[in-house]
Design a protein around this ligand. Structure first.
Ligand code: AMP
Length: 125
């Protein structure tokens, strides 16, 4: 069930628990502003989620309330993870679902990083 991205942050969401190490994740990178880990149900050979350490519901919340430092640290982390996984030359895709029409399921901002094969059309249709 997609979330309502206008609701307040829920610190019991699954990614908040991953950030607090209350549930396991396969982390591939972290810096002061972001943590990256493998998606539990990958839909591409490489499917990594990058999340900010701060408590932000969605891309909308983050770009409205996040500091310039947090935003820069988060976006640089995404680029770093893509480079570290050798994805720049073959290419890759980033996706951030927001709210109902976006199909966002977890109410903590996450950017999906897909790669490892040609990814096809932008939307399923
Ligand atoms: P979205 O639909 O954009 O909110 O995507 C949520 C993503 O989180 C999905 O691709 C799920 O497979 C992924 N996911 C859910 N729970 C976990 C978990 N515990 N560890 C890693 N990925 C997860």
């Amino acid at each position: 069930m997609p979330i309502d991205a206008t609701l307040p942050y829920d610190d019991q969401n699954i990614f908040a628990k991953i950030l607090r190490d209350e549930i396991p994740s396969k982390r591939v990178y972290e810096n002061d502003y972001a943590v990256a880990f493998h998606d539990i149900a990958p839909v591409a050979p490489i499917h990594i989620l990058v999340i900010p350490r701060g408590s932000y519901v969605s891309w909308d919340d983050f770009t409205a309330r996040g500091s310039d430092t947090e935003i820069a640290g988060f976006i640089r982390a995404i680029g770093h993870v893509a480079r570290e996984h050798g994805l720049v030359m073959p290419g890759y895709r980033l996706l951030a679902n927001v709210g109902g029409h976006g199909g966002q399921e977890v109410p903590h901002l996450h950017v999906h990083l897909f790669g490892g094969k040609p990814l096809g059309p932008m939307l399923a249709g």
